[in-house]
Design a protein around this ligand. Structure first.
Ligand code: G3P
Length: 217
């Protein structure tokens, strides 16, 4: 399973990329606004920090302008993935990007029917929003199961990118459901390393090791 970081914080990103476990990055207009920086500058900096896919989202709502914006974003670096909303116009743009060989991440997916349409349009990634569905009283993870089954039924190669992930349990459930990737906030990425029994066990091992008076080096 690929793990992407959902962030525009380049200092945090630089630190977490050093783990060797970050496969890419996703951004959205909210995260760009949070950075307080010009979008093209932030995207270029992120693309230099990872060789993996970096999603950069269009701001237009009509297909023609989305294609113009996406073409500009894709020119920033070879690993830019153009993120488009899951609307009728967004899928028209997705088809055009697919014909041009530009990778896409179709975002704001909240139903299996929408995911089917995104795959038919030739999306590289589709982003079902797990947390926001849960917040809405629905079952976000059930959507991942449904999309996995539909894509497998028809051999679609669109990758399922679990988004709006709020905790480590979301990550493991998405992995069990067959999501190809998950995009997660840095705080959740750090939580994935942790377990209280690991801390307790290590404390015991280090204490016992100290009693031996040995040194490996
Ligand atoms: O970037 C898309 C998605 O991951 C947003 O998550 O937490 O704002 O619902 P959230």
């Amino acid at each position: 399973m690929q793990l992407f970081l959902d962030t525009t914080d380049t200092a945090v990103l630089r630190d977490l990329v050093s783990t060797g476990l970050v496969d890419g990055v996703t951004t959205n207009p909210t995260l760009i606004a949070k950075s307080g920086r010009p979008m093209l500058e932030v995207i270029a900096e992120i693309c230099a920090l990872t060789e993996g896919p970096v999603s950069a989202e269009v701001a237009a709502v009509d297909a023609k302008t989305m294609v113009a914006e996406g073409t500009k974003l894709a020119a920033v670096a070879p690993n830019v993935v153009v993120k488009v909303p899951l609307t009728r116009e967004g899928l028209v743009a997705t088809g055009e990007f697919a014909r041009q060989g530009i990778q896409t991440n179709v975002t704001l997916c909240f139903s299996a029917a929408q995911a089917l349409m995104a795959a038919k349009a030739g999306a590289t990634f589709v982003s079902p929003f797990i947390g926001r569905l849960d917040d809405h009283g629905a079952d976000g993870m059930e959507l991942i199961h449904e999309i996995r089954a539909i894509y497998d039924n028809y051999g679609f190669d669109t990758e399922i990118l679990a988004a709006s992930v709020r905790n480590p349990a979301h990550v493991t459930a998405a992995a069990l459901a067959g999501a190809d990737c998950a995009t997660i906030p840095p705080s959740v990425f750090l939580d994935l390393f942790k377990h209280p029994l690991t801390d307790k066990g290590l404390e015991q091992f280090l204490s016992d090791w100290a009693k031996t008076g040995q040194s490996i080096l």
